[in-house]
Design a protein around this ligand. Sequence first.
Ligand code: CU
Length: 872
Amino acid sequence: MYSKNHDPGAGDGPPPSRFKASGLRSRHLAAHVVVAVWVVLALLAASTQQTLPVARWLAIHLFLLGAATTAIVVWSEHFAVAMLHAPLPDRRWSNARLAGLNTGVAGVLTGVWADLPVLTGAGCVLLVTAVGAHLGVLVRMGRGALGGRLAPIADYYRAAAAALIIGAVLGWLLATGKAGPGHYTGLKLAHVHVTLLGWIGLPVLGTLFMLWPTVLGVRMAENTTRLARRVLALTGGGLLTAVAGLTAGWRPAAVLGIAGYTVGVAVAAQLFARTVRRRPAISAAAAWMLAAAAGWLVVGVVVDLVVLAARPLGEIQDDIGSLVPVLLVGLVAQVLIGALTYLLPIVLASGPKERAALRAVLERGWAPRLVVLNLGIVLLALPLPGPLGTVGMLLAGAAGAAFLALALRVLVRSARGLLQDADKAGVARRPAVWGTAVGAVVTVLAVLVANSGGDTSGGTSAAGTAGAGAGTTRTVAVTLADMRIRPARVEVAAGTDLRLKVTNTDAQRHDLKVEDGPSTPMLAKGHTRVLDLGQVTEDREAWCTLPGHKAAGMTMDIVVKDDTATVSSGHEGHPSAAADSGGLDLSADFSSGWQPRTADLTPAPGGTVHKVELHAAHTTVEVAPGVKQQMWTFGGTAPGPTLHGKVGDVFEVTLVNDDPSMGHGIDFHAGSLAPDRPMRTIQPGERLVYRFRAEKAGAWLYHCSTAPMLQHMGNGMYGAVIIDPPGLKKVDHEYVLVSSELYLGTPGSTAQVTKMRQNTPDAWAFDGIANQYTQRPLNVKAGERARFWVIAAGPSDGIAFHLVGTVFDTVYKEGAYLLKPDQAGGSQVLDLATAQGGFVETTFPGAGHYAFVDHDMRHAEAGAHGMVEVSE
Ligand SMILES: [Cu+2]
């Protein structure tokens, strides 16, 4: 049962004696110097600022992609040779693969940091090529080799290499924005899983089948070969299913896959537990660290499984994100420390005496280090308030650094011995590997230094130079969600003091960095920060600094409008309107006591017959901020009252002409009847009854039917009839927006009629009043669903109705659905020709200010503009 050989490499364990003879010591030495350097850099990055996105990303990738990947490639090749009894691969090619790998990693790290997608891509190509070559070697090795009891373990290494290739491609898609905002979440989850559980988890698991009994100094269990195969089928197959499910956004597959992975890990853990015997281990330090690491793997996959099963994919990014440091330190760092504690003396020492000496150095103070490290991980893992998490980070970092110091000592000591041997034996040194190491170090150090300086110096306030619009302050609410910054464009007058109130409404973290200006820290969901940009005098860009987010579209433009006329008023300007309309200032204040017209659609009254009395009259109303205008009205307002009913309802409208000076008539598009009598013009003081049955659903116009209709309609005689389509679902908000042109001046005057004929309105309006909903926004809560009925009353212009920051999932136009929520497509604009109507529906993704406009920008900038204010 118990092998007395402390170096049981004869058949199943590492390393066969021929490794030493072939001078692999120098290669291991060089490789582990590279690993150590990556770890040092990762610790440096982690110790800069946790809030810096690129520093966090760098820390994770320096450690996993730099240190862990180098170690895995070196050791998996080493163990595969041992377990397959294969001939040693050509050393020069091995070195070239390692050099290519490290150069690729340096390229990826630099490319993401410096936002150079081409460099990131080139780094990825090099990385994938190197790992592909590694995979090729592992596969070839299996073909020619005799194979042993542990041959199936090589399959773990092959699966892991394939996982890294998938992970690298996914990472490239994410980092360069090729994933697109819609697929970002799923691809990121897939990337995290395939790299952590595949590239790192699988070789760790496979190696433990052999390493665990070796470290304990016991014989391997009889059924190890069979179980190793079964565990790989469960973990590898499970992971593949999970990654496919995550990529496709299909959660059940992800849950099923991770469940399979978890079962595989449990089967392995049970085998390892049964292997433990009551006798001293060969390296108790290594054994305890490996056991603790395996424990964290179990904890990690179980938590992962629970999170995946309990929450929708879009909401779990932060949960999985906080799992990463736990697995990073608990599993990866601890496995690395445990395995190296046992293995470094074996590969670096030239004899049993030296091996014992090296092991004594590496095991120094292992018990307190183990306790401190795992205490740190526990503090990191638990959802504790900020300071305790930092303490955990510091404890784990200190324990890691302590081992690193010991390992460096061992490496230096071996290097000295090797140099002496080399001088004696004349063994050539390995300039390629050392050169790569130095190159990688220099590149990444440069990145780190530049990064720590560049992003921290911004502070929270940016100084500005005095400009034309000095003295006015604007605060703009900005939301971060769904890989978008809303609004995507902010226009300010030159010299305005601009503040951005930045709120992250997304499940995953984001920040906002202003070009040459301040940046927010990483904002968790619901967190808000105000960025003071000072006086803005020139155009700026702002973006989220998380790797890949800018490329995926998280950008925002701050555009300076050099318009002194609007600057002086202190509001966002509409210069074209101001210029074209002889001083119409849409951003001025409405008169005191002015009330906006409600946009809410009143529910249809009960019953099937609706009796309405409409009085035609002249009414003076405030049609734009501070601008009063005589309008010709139905029911005292322009547009007239909205009629609401369902298909089949009868409307009995009594038109009364209260206008003392002219005749009026009425025309309901919703009805189908001979026009002759009901649409006739009635004289002042007369009345008529207009009875129609609404046979068809739709958003209908009604208007005055008296010639010249251009004048009657252009002065306000129009309104809406809403006939709900059958089965129309209830929504949280239902609005009616009637678009129209505004012609100022005395109604019917030559000047006004000329403007109507030439189609040069003074403004455009929703519900009769220019900009009313910009100043008195519609109020909605995040996540609520709203339906906007839109009717283009004209008299001349149609509308391209657009709601900034949302996509319509339902479009109903002129009596038919163009789009329903169960369809894949989305709609951006409801286009209505003059007199057409319809509705759109959307859900507001998060708090913020969503403008709705006629996307004919001449109209939008001259009054056809409103706002939906969405609160949490
Ligand atoms: Cu009329």
